[in-house]
Structure formats: structure tokens, C-alpha cells
Ligand binder design. Structure first.
Ligand SMILES: Cc1ncc(COP(=O)(O)O)c(C=O)c1O
Length: 392
């Protein structure tokens, strides 16, 4: 069967090769530990599960979701209240909030709503791979903005050639950033809004790690900048703060026209999120802050385990302010894939090669601390031994 050309545009998934090695090792009975994926191992808060159970028993909720693709008004109101409480941002639940089946869906539908074939779309490199795929599916042309440590992982807008800017329709940003963990300042967002307005660029700020921040840092919403609602939409999600990756529920907020555009795409694609899941999400947004704090303590402790071990081997590494990822330079000028393969071959530990996130991710690996603590300790001990051998 010949499939659509657009599928051929999607770059090969770097994990595929690794996945084959992992499957082979597992088939041979090896004890493989994966630090490659950002999927919290801790369960969803009990009260959220109980609310799902309650709402799922009500036959009223067994129909197509209320207000379908938009999300129930009560869910949108809960999102608006959460944004006001967390980020000081005020939005109209009727026109400036939309329910999503996770923020990943929002990336895709943002492109379908905004990008015409041949339009350029700016994206950070390294970056979450779904941005590139979403741009390509919409017929757009991805333009990589390098994110470098020496620039605090902020793109330099002044380096983008003016002929590209003339053809640019949209932009993806993500802070706290996957994969680097870097966080934005309000000043950076203000600069972004000014830049976007002057070139008529629609900004999609992907913000699912908004609550995964450390050392008392609070992550600003791009919508807290004056004028941001003229050009920006922000995506958020219950996946990471409430350990709800499998529930598939998130939200888009911001510019009315962008929200209406994404909503129109959704109206013609899906029929929204099961009401019972939306009720459970309201419960999480309204009364589960303490779980976020517990998660942060857990991740902080786990980050320390990895960082102390690396620094013993001379890394001099400071963990980032955000996300549950560590973005670690490879040793001895090894490429990302070489170091990934080394760790897998020596200790059966899987990490994500930085080059899977774009060309500027070369020379790094990403470690996720979302595994059980005993497994992380075992992985850290194994890596410790392997590095002793490597640096001898
Ligand atoms: C940057 C980024 N955006 C979006 C997502 C998808 O999140 P959701 O579960 O809300 O679809 C992820 C998941 O890892 C992510 O890292």
C-alpha cells in the first residue's frame, strides 16, 4: 500500500534503532532500565481517580462530551481560575480557553489552524519532535532556531534572516523546556511578543512543564506579558503536574482567533474529552496542589542522585530550574549516539540521545528522573561504574 507523501517527510525516529537493541537485550533476559521517557511513575492523585469513578457511573456522562470539542464550560472555568491563581493571568473561559486531548494535540491543531502550505514556522532546536511533525503535516516549512547553552537556551531572533521572516507565519516555544530544562524570564517573553507582533507571527507557547520547577522558581506564562493575547496561544496539560499522562487532557488559552481556529479543526476531527475525565481534571486543578509539591520533592531528590554521581566524575553540572529532565553534555567529545550506546552496552541503561531533538542537541543526552527511586539508584550505580572505566 502506498501511503501519503507527507508521512515520508517525517524524519526517522532515532529511538527506533535503540528500541531494537532494547528488545534484543530484554529477550536475552537482561535487566534494562529506561531513563529515556518522561512519564511519571507515581500514580494519579487518589481523589482524581475517585472523581472519575463517580462521574463515570452517571449515565448523563455517557454521551458525547458536553460542548464537545470545546470542553465543558465548568472545565474551562476551572482552567481559567487555575491560570489566575498560578500565573496571575485572566482569561475568558467562553472564548479564550479550549479543552484539549493533551497539549500534543494542541501542537498539531495549532498548525492546521494557522499554517498554509509553504509558510515558514520557527521552532527551537533542540525541541520536542512533535513540533516538526505538526509543521510538516500542515505543509509548512520548519525553521530551526538554535538553542545554545551560552545563550541560556533562548533563541536569538536577530539571527533569523529577513527573507525567512517575511515568509514566517508561526512559531513554537517551550519553557520550561523539553529537552534542556531551561526556563524563560518574563523579559524574554516580552521580547518574543514584541518580535512576533512586528512580523505578524502567531506564537504557540507549549507550557506543559509549567509546574515542574525547582528551588522556589516560578515559571511565567507568556500570557502574563502585556499584549501577548494579540498573538499568542499557550498550551498546558494535566499530564505532568498531576501524573495524568494516560488520561489525555489539556488546554489551550489565549488569543480568541487562534482558539476559535483550533476549535474549528477539533470540531472536524474529534468530539472532545469524556465528561468524566473532565470532572476528574477539575478536581485535580482545584484541589491537588499538594501533590505537585510532593512530586517536586521527589524529583529534586532524584536529580541530586544523578548530579552528585556525574560531578564525582568531573562534570561540574548544575541541574536546570525546570522539568524532570537533565540535559547532560557527553564526555570525551563523544557524539550523543555514541554515549547513548556506551551507556546501553555497558550498563543496560537507556537514555535519550540529544540529537533526537534536533541538530543542536548533538553532544548531549537527556536523562528523565520519572522512574522509581530504587531503579534510578541501580541505574546511577551502574553508570558510576561505567564512567569509572571510561575516565580511567
Ligand atoms: C514539550 C512537550 N509538549 C507536549 C507534550 C505532550 O504532553 P501531553 O501529554 O499534554 O500531550 C510533551 C510530552 O512529553 C512535551 O514534552
Amino acid at each position: 500500500m502506498k501511503l501519503a507523501d507527507r508521512l515520508g517527510l517525517i524524519p526517522p525516529y532515532l529511538f527506533m534503532q535503540l528500541r531494537q537493541k532494547i528488545n534484543k537485550a530484554k529477550a536475552e533476559g537482561k535487566d534494562v532500565i529506561s531513563l529515556g521517557v518522561g512519564d511519571p511513575v507515581e500514580p494519579t492523585p487518589r481523589e482524581v481517580v475517585e472523581e472519575l469513578y463517580r462521574a463515570a457511573q452517571d449515565p448523563e456522562n455517557h454521551h458525547y462530551p458536553t460542548d464537545e470539542e470545546k470542553g465543558m464550560l465548568s472545565f474551562r472555568k476551572a482552567v481559567a481560575a487555575w491560570y489566575l491563581r498560578k500565573y496571575g493571568v485572566s482569561v475568558d473561559p467562553a472564548t479564550e480557553v479550549l479543552g484539549l486531548i493533551g497539549s500534543k494535540e494542541g501542537c498539531h491543531h495549532f498548525c492546521l489552524a494557522v499554517v498554509n502550505p509553504g509558510d515558514y514556522v520557527l521552532m527551537t532546536d533542540p525541541g520536542y519532535p512533535a513540533y516538526r511533525s505538526s509543521i510538516l503535516f500542515a505543509g509548512g516549512i520548519p525553521y530551526s532556531m538554535p538553542m545554545k547553552a551560552e545563550n541560556n537556551y533562548f533563541p536569538k531572533y536577530e539571527d533569523i534572516p529577513s527573507d525567512i521572516l517575511k515568509k514566517t507565519k508561526a512559531m513554537f516555544l517551550c519553557y520550561p523546556n523539553n529537552p534542556t530544562g531551561a526556563c524563560a524570564t518574563k523579559e524574554f517573553f516580552a521580547k518574543t511578543v514584541e518580535f512576533a507582533k512586528s512580523y505578524n507571527i502567531a506564537v504557540c507557547h507549549d507550557f506543559p512543564y509549567s509546574e515542574i520547577v525547582f528551588d522556589g522558581f516560578r515559571s511565567p506564562s507568556i500570557l502574563s506579558v502585556d499584549g501577548a493575547k494579540d498573538v499568542c496561544v499557550e498550551l498546558n496539560s494535566l499530564s505532568k503536574p498531576y501524573n495524568m499522562t494516560g488520561w489525555r487532557i489539556g488546554m489551550a488559552l489565549g488569543n480568541k482567533d487562534l482558539i476559535a481556529g483550533i476549535s474549528k479543526v477539533k470540531e472536524n476531527t474529534d468530539s472532545g474529552v469524556f465528561n468524566a475525565i473532565q470532572f476528574a481534571a477539575i478536581k485535580a486543578l482545584e484541589s491537588c496542589d499538594k501533590h505537585i509539591q510532593e512530586n517536586i520533592k521527589i524529583y529534586n531528590h532524584r536529580r541530586k542522585l544523578v548530579v552528585d554521581m556525574l560531578n564525582k566524575h568531573g562534570w561540574n553540572y548544575t541541574p536546570p530550574k525546570g522539568t524532570f529532565y537533565l540535559w547532560i553534555p557527553t564526555p570525551k567529545n563523544m557524539s550523543a549516539i555514541e554515549f547513548t550506546n556506551f551507556l546501553f552496552d555497558e550498563c543496560n541503561v537507556v537514555v535519550a540521545p540529544g540529537s533526537a531533538y534536533g541538530q543542536y542537541g548533538e553532544g548531549y543526552i537527556r536523562i528523565s528522573v520519572t522512574v522509581q527511586e530504587d531503579r534510578l539508584i541501580e541505574a546511577v550505580n551502574r553508570i558510576d561504574k561505567a564512567l569509572t572505566k571510561l575516565t580511567k
